[in-house]
Design a binder for this molecule. Structure first.
Ligand code: PBG
Length: 336
């Protein structure tokens, strides 16, 4: 048998031909990760003792407001299009009605104003959810042990309006109450915030992968019970499509799937079905998993991060919220 017929087929299909050279692999690549895909989440705090590393997220720190302004400046210089802000507020300010969420001078609003004043060109995205402000650690208001929907929406709308007034570009309801996108859109429009967008956390699963985030914003210790009565069951995907369809009907400009890596099938279906800008969130537990294992020598840090981010692109993500955003942007710059 000659070498040419080694595969037994004619014409001699050899898949490896297109993999032979770097230049050829670059041409053949179906998806490309770029800095334009990356959204960087960062944690802010007012208390000096809190502005330290987060033990369950090695390499991630909480910034005070001036520190956050400087960090966002570095992200902007790397070409990152947008950041998400998450507050770690003084536990003394946490109440069962989460009223601090609606304070126009709360930590998030002050951080948004300072960041937008210094860096108007970078997008600022804020969560709409009560968990950082709620003494129960829940995303909505708890009554008799149950997170109640409609009163929670009223609180979320107030939170959304103070964040929009502070200059937030995109509001990202992550609370999973029913009807919140419609209520927030209507309130924004009535208040003249026609250009403030909504990135709906539409397919947000009740996931153990959020553990380190809850340490970072200090909601984990406070959390009573779990979030199963409002976040999605990890067993479901048809339900994710219904969630997305509703949020689009209610006025979402972009939708999100969260967590990321364990839910690539959901991401794929959402993008295939609806086609609108779809963001996935590589959450804190995914960050920790890759970072801690890389630190332990299990695999190469840079390679594992870029592979994981490329996988989101392949599955259909337009945007990726990732704690690796700044490092990945710097690596992409090096190889550009
Ligand atoms: C709050 C919120 C959470 C995350 C983003 N917004 C946690 C939760 O729902 O308990 C998780 C992000 C991460 O783990 O990185 N509603």
């Amino acid at each position: 048998m000659t070498a040419a017929s080694a595969t037994g087929a004619f014409p001699h299909t050899r898949m490896r031909r297109n993999r032979r050279h770097d230049w050829l692999r670059r041409i053949a690549a179906e998806n490309t990760l770029s800095v334009n895909d990356l959204i960087w989440p960062l944690f802010v705090s007012d208390r000096a003792e809190d502005c330290v590393g987060i033990p369950t997220m090695p390499g991630v720190v909480r910034y005070d407001v001036p520190g956050a302004v400087a960090a966002v400046g570095r992200a902007k210089a790397l070409g990152i299009p947008a950041v998400c802000l998450f507050p770690s507020i003084d536990p003394k300010l946490k109440t069962p009605d989460a009223r601090e969420a609606a304070n126009p001078d709360n930590l998030v609003c002050r951080a948004v104003r300072a960041i937008k004043a210094a860096h108007p060109e970078i997008g600022v995205i804020c969560d709409v959810a009560l968990d950082p402000f709620n003494s129960d650690g829940h995303d909505g208001i708890v009554r008799d042990g149950y997170v109640i929907n409609d009163e929670s929406i009223a609180a979320l709308v107030s939170q959304a309006l103070v964040q929009a007034a502070a200059g937030c570009d995109v509001l990202a309801p992550s609370d999973m109450m029913d009807g919140r996108v419609r209520a927030i859109r209507a309130a924004l429009d009535e208040s003249g915030f026609l250009d403030v967008g909504i990135l709906a956390y539409s397919a947000k699963y009740c996931s153990a992968f959020y553990g380190p985030f809850r340490d970072a914003v200090g909601s984990g210790g406070a959390l009573k019970g779990d979030k199963k009565t409002y976040q999605m069951d990890p067993a479901n995907t048809d339900e994710a499509l219904r969630e997305v369809a509703l949020d689009i009907a209610e006025g979402a400009d972009m939708v999100m799937v969260k967590p990321g890596m364990p839910y690539l099938d959901v991401l794929y279906r959402v993008k295939e079905t609806f086609g609108l800008p779809t963001v996935c969130y590589q959450v804190s537990g995914e960050y920790a998993m890759l970072r801690v294992a890389a630190d332990a020598g299990c695999f190469d840090y840079r390679k594992i991060v870029l592979e994981s981010l490329t996988a989101f692109k392949r599955a259909g993500a337009d945007g990726i919220i990732t704690y690796f955003a700044c490092e990945a942007a710097a690596w992409l710059k090096e190889t550009a």
